[in-house]
Design a protein around this ligand. Structure first.
Ligand SMILES: [Zn+2]
Length: 534
């Protein structure tokens, strides 16, 4: 566990974090349910489940059928309505119709998966007679599975004791299964990447959540993963998909199953006497016969009640999107599979192409490309390893650009010194000079001091426009020879005329930044200023 690696995990902090997240997701779910349908509380109290059990003498819902769906695509399970839940305030009612708000159906059996073990609930339809009930959420309370939703069609409605058909959305379920199986594979890939082969240490599982679009896995580890670790974890997961491994599931005795040396169990979790073992690539009965065999280090073996793929190949693709710290000693990985991963991989490849192409650019073009690409890469839902790699490449480009900019600035300085030199040679002691390089304090200062040093009797005013932001820089420096020096503050003030600016200075040097008034162009403003200055 974490402690074995010398890490200190603040269990309270982690538990609080998880609890907060559960509460947030519960609230979000209820808010979604309540959209335009009032704000009923459809959570079930312990009193109400006890009412179902003791007063109505109902057996809990048999939900074993949730595991059989993969075999039977057109399968719909016959079941009976045992109770209809109106709300926490009202409790149970006998019937519901198209006019009812959201209600919860309790069935004797179901093929819907209720949210548990980090796997999101199924959605789908329940049909009965001429009524179609849309299932938005499925939760289990003390063994009673509540199918929360609303009747869509006008008809006779659904009553207690009605026979109905359960039809979970199987394509969504299959996307969920891809993410669940790959969460297990990711758990193993992390262990194999981050822990030395002979070490007894392990990666402590701190929580997981997955739905049809993504998977999230929290684990104890002391520091951020490096780019090469991220890449190795990602490659490991993809290789397990490419190997088309069978996923075996079997219910076993806890005592016997606990002997499996390579088992990825959750530390501190209390398991029932019978546990469902999910093994990727190794038949569970063979593993149980030889539980210490080191060859099984290469197989993901976990206790899990979730719904899984039959074969890892069905996941098609895996993309590790993000890795971050969420609490002291706890990291979180977000990833995706299937079509979502294909899209993330394609996006990453496109960006890589663009970044590679930008390598041929120089100067302004490179500058623009770096800005645009950095924003695109930062925003993209793409492989975290590739993202880090592209950021590194863009950094290299930025360094190249610094060298280019320095050379360009040198060129500007010598150009201005030349021009000012010619004016000074004509006998002028005050020069107003426009050179548009945007707002660049360092360069402006270098130009002004350069002039002051080289032409001792010259007072210099510099104007530089930033046409994109409609701003301009205005700076002045007095002649080095005291008897020829002008008052720069006064000079700038009179040049600015009625324009407002931010800045200031002293007699011998001053500067302002001005913004063009919205009704005036920057160019006409500058010509006014230059006219005033001369
Ligand atoms: Zn699982």
């Amino acid at each position: 566990m974490a402690e074995e690696q010398g890490l200190i995990v603040d269990e309270d902090e982690v538990n609080e974090l998880m609890e907060n997240e559960r509460e947030l997701s519960r609230k979000a779910r209820l808010a979604k349910l309540a959209e335009g349908k009032g704000s009923k509380d459809l959570s079930v109290s312990a009193e109400q489940t006890s009412h179902l059990e003791k007063e109505l003498k109902l057996a809990t819902t048999n939900d074993d059928f949730k595991y059989f769906l993969d075999d039977l695509v057109e399968y719909s399970l016959k079941a009976k309505v045992q109770a209809i839940y109106h709300s926490r305030e009202v409790g149970f009612v006998d019937s519901c119709s198209v006019d009812s708000e959201m209600v919860g159906l309790v069935l004797d059996r179901t093929s819907f998966y209720s949210e548990s073990g980090g796997q999101i609930f199924d959605t789908g339809l329940i049909t009965g007679g001429d009524s179609v009930f849309e299932v938005h959420d499925v939760q289990c309370y003390a063994g009673f599975v509540l199918h929360i939703g609303k009747i869509l069609s006008k008809g006779s409605g659904i009553n207690v004791t009605d026979e109905i058909l359960c039809k979970p959305n199987l394509s969504r379920r299959s996307d969920i299964a891809k993410n669940h199986t790959l969460t297990h594979v990711l758990n193993l890939a992390l262990r194999n990447t981050l822990i030395k082969p002979d070490s007894d240490a392990t990666i402590g599982q701190k929580g997981s959540f997955l739905d049809e679009t993504k998977l999230r896995f929290d684990f104890s580890f002391g520091k951020a993963l490096t780019t090469s670790q991220l890449k190795s974890v990602e490659d490991h997961c993809q290789s397990v998909i490419d190997e088309n491994l069978t996923v075996y599931t079997e219910v076993s005795d806890l005592k016997e199953a606990m002997n499996i040396a390579t088992l990825r169990a959750v530390f501190g979790e209390v398991y029932p006497e019978k546990v469902r073992v999910v093994s990727v690539g190794a038949p569970v009965d063979e593993v149980l016969k030889d539980p210490h065999n080191a060859q099984y280090w290469e197989n993901s073996i976990e206790f899990c009640g979730g719904t899984h793929l039959k074969n890892t190949g069905a996941a098609a693709s895996f993309c590790l999107l993000n890795e971050e710290g969420i609490a002291k000693g706890v990291r979180r990985i977000t990833a995706c599979t299937g079509q979502v991963a294909d899209e993330a991989i394609a996006l990453g490849n496109n960006l890589k192409c663009e970044v590679d192409k930008a390598g041929n650019l120089e100067g302004e073009e490179l500058d623009t490309a770096i800005k645009t690409l950095t924003a695109s890469v930062n925003e993209a839902d793409m492989s975290a390893a590739l993202k880090a790699e592209l950021r590194d490449t863009l950094q290299v480009y930025s360094k190249k650009l610094v060298t280019f900019k320095k050379a360009q600035e040198k060129k500007i300085i010598s150009e201005v010194l030349n021009d000012v030199g010619e004016t000074v040679a004509c006998g002028k002691s005050s020069v107003v000079y426009r050179k548009d390089f945007g707002i660049n304090g360092k360069l402006s200062k270098a130009i002004l001091t350069g002039v002051q040093k080289k032409y001792k009797s010259c007072n210099m005013m510099l104007v530089s426009a930033d046409s994109e932001d409609k701003k301009l820089f205005l700076g002045a420096m007095a002649a080095a020879n005291k008897d020829q020096a002008r008052d720069c503050q006064e000079w700038l003030k009179s040049a600015m005329g009625g324009y407002e600016g931010r800045g200031g200075g002293k007699k011998n040097a001053a500067q302002y930044t001005l913004e063009a008034p919205s009704n005036e162009s920057l160019d006409s403003m500058i010509s006014n200023i230059i006219q005033n200055a001369n």
